[in-house]
Design a binder for this molecule. Structure first.
Ligand SMILES: Nc1nc2c(ncn2[C@@H]2O[C@H](COP(=O)(O)OP(=O)(O)OP(=O)(O)O)[C@@H](O)[C@H]2O)c(=O)[nH]1
Length: 294
């Protein structure tokens, strides 16, 4: 009999959720950057073994609200959690645990009826005594029932034990996704994310947040796959930044993204990248639909 179910991921921006998902799934399903809020979509990854399938989803709305939406957000969190089999709360041991952001999330989780697991991430940056201290600090989150795992999403240390524990929390049942799938995202969304990742690595300030990537075409040719992608930005000056002096930036993005896409597809790739301006694409519902952002 197999086990399967949904794990809702929570954690402040930049604690390493995407890195952890990639490490658990063993594939690059979520892009990683040092810019907060890199992730715009809800399902993160699917991990299947012979015995179980873990579907990792985002728990939205558990960031400290800046406006009066608190009660609505709390409702949404409750609904999401009622559909999950467990919640995985990722904290950054290196930066300190129990700040306002962590406490806000802990409170939201505390009311839920699902098991909670706390992953203390980035132990590769911490010595033994700091790790022990961090593990003790998790007590202050007020989640006494939660199991705590020290991990490094980057090196993979502690991740197998965490996965095993999460799997033990799943109910018996059939798989939701075919075992070979690592994500519910269509291929073109996955490939677009690999391009966006390279943009995030190379840009600063408002630019990373203003860019969305759309893969227009994936064409199988004789010895390679041809991928056509558009980088959408909001202003001419952002377009200039992405193209760079004598096209250096777009070239660097293209070369790096092509390598990532080749690794993902295990085929030679020709990547055709262009930049287009669309003022306030973030407010354009039709475009957001097409880009698969819900
Ligand atoms: N040293 C170290 N760095 C890490 C570890 N996990 C993540 N990072 C780094 O922390 C930064 C943020 O990682 P992400 O995985 O994008 O974090 P996130 O903000 O929770 O993810 P999103 O919400 O999906 O954007 C990146 O620079 C990672 O390389 C870790 O275990 N050790």
């Amino acid at each position: 009999m197999t086990r399967s179910g949904f794990i809702a991921l929570a954690g402040r921006p930049n604690v390493g959720k995407s890195t952890l998902v990639n490490s658990m799934v063993g594939h690059k399903v979520a892009i990683v950057s040092d810019k907060p809020q890199t992730t715009r979509r809800a399902i993160r990854g699917v991990l299947t073994t012979a015995d179980f399938q873990l579907v990792l989803t985002d728990l939205p709305g558990v960031q400290r609200p800046r406006d009066a939406l608190t009660s609505r957000m709390q409702k949404r969190v409750e609904t999401e959690l009622s559909e999950a089999d467990a919640a995985l709360f990722v904290v950054n041991g290196d930066q300190g645990i129990g700040g306002a952001g962590d406490r806000f999330i802990a409170e939201a989780l505390g009311n839920a009826k699902v098991p909670i697991v706390i992953a203390v991430n980035k132990v590769d940056r911490m010595n033994h005594s700091k790790t022990v201290k961090s593990l003790m600090l998790t007590e202050e989150l007020g989640l006494p029932e939660a199991e705590v795992f020290p991990i490094s999403a980057r090196t993979g240390k502690g991740v197998p034990a965490l996965v095993e524990h999460l799997a033990s929390l799943l109910p018996e049942g059939p798989f939701y996704f075919p075992p070979e799938d690592h994500s519910d995202q269509p291929e073109r969304v996955m490939l677009a994310e690999l391009v966006r990742e390279q943009v995030l690595l190379r840009t600063r300030q408002e630019v990373p947040h203003a860019v969305e990537v759309q893969v227009e075409e994936i064409e199988e040719r004789e010895n390679l796959v041809a991928v056509q992608a558009i980088m959408w930005v909001e202003t001419e000056s952002q377009k200039g930044i992405l193209i760079g002096h004598q096209g250096k930036m777009i070239k660097a993005i293209g070369v790096a993204a092509r390598k990532e896409i080749e690794r993902e597809l295990a085929e030679h790739v020709h990547l055709d990248l262009s930049v287009r301006v669309r003022r306030s694409w973030r407010a354009d519902d039709a475009l957001l639909d097409r880009l698969g952002i819900t």
